[in-house]
Design a protein around this ligand. Structure first.
Ligand code: GLP
Length: 237
């Protein structure tokens, strides 16, 4: 486990450096994408570097972690829309090689793991973290053996995400998410956390017991995991 603590600007740059190294070594790498406000600085940096010719995604593929059930990719709160707006439209990736679980055809959830395997597995999975330790939308109590599946969102997650919707009633009640096992199967994982609201859960994730009650704590068992944390989120370590 590697832990990098710096300002939020610097961790975005250092995480971007990690992508540069990976894509230099393996231009056709399979990337695991994440949404939320945390990766926005990283995505802006990757977009900037791609425009400057410092990195290319033209042979890469990507699989996102999760999607809200009931929102199609044109909905401005869908994670497909988020990825297009914040990353894919600004880099040279082939959009046909970017995948986000379908929030509409949820019967196909288990095919997502098969598609990842058929692509050769994820080389590097990016993660944010929920205030309750969720990764993707794997809420506390999710079995570590889980693959891509539909979940009911906790009230704490729905109210944390309500800021992006007109009201909490509009926040979907369910989501489809890669499972914990899907994430752990990635050859490497990077988790980013920013801000004091994440300080307690970052401490529990890195220094607490490995427990399904703190989904991100499973990362202690991953052979190649890096945490990129700003000073505020690292305050209790
Ligand atoms: C959502 C996403 C997670 C993300 C989390 C934290 O619930 N499903 O993948 O990590 O939000 O979001 P933020 O980065 O905005 O704190």
């Amino acid at each position: 486990m590697k832990i990098i603590i710096d300002t939020k600007e610097k961790i975005a740059e250092m995480a971007a450096d990690r992508y540069v190294r990976l894509l230099k070594e393996k231009p056709n790498a399979v990337l695991g994408g994440a949404t939320g406000s945390t990766p926005l600085g990283l995505y802006a940096e990757l977009s900037r570097r791609c425009k400057a010719g410092e990195i290319s995604f033209k042979d890469a593929m990507s699989f996102n972690l999760d999607e809200y059930v009931g929102l199609d990719g044109t909905h401005d709160q869908s994670y497909r829309y988020f990825m297009n707006e914040n990353l894919f439209n600004h880099i040279d990736i082939d959009i046909n090689k970017t995948f986000v679980p379908s929030g509409i055809d949820t019967d196909s959830a288990s095919d997502y793991d098969k598609a990842i395997q058929a692509a050769g597995g994820i080389d590097m999975q990016l993660l944010g973290i929920g205030n309750n330790g969720h990764i993707g939308f794997n809420e506390p109590g999710t079995p570590f053996g889980s693959e891509t599946h539909v979940v009911e969102l906790t009230e704490s997650t729905r109210s944390a995400n309500a800021r992006f919707f007109e009201s909490i009633d509009e926040v979907p009640t369910h989501a489809v998410t890669m499972g914990i096992k899907t994430v752990m199967n990635a050859r490497s994982v990077i988790l980013m956390a920013i801000g004091s609201a994440k300080a307690e859960i970052i401490k529990a994730t890195i220094q607490g017991p490995v427990t399904e009650e703190v989904p991100a704590s499973v990362l202690q068992l991953h052979p190649d995991v890096e945490f990129y944390i700003d000073y505020e989120a690292a305050a209790l370590l």
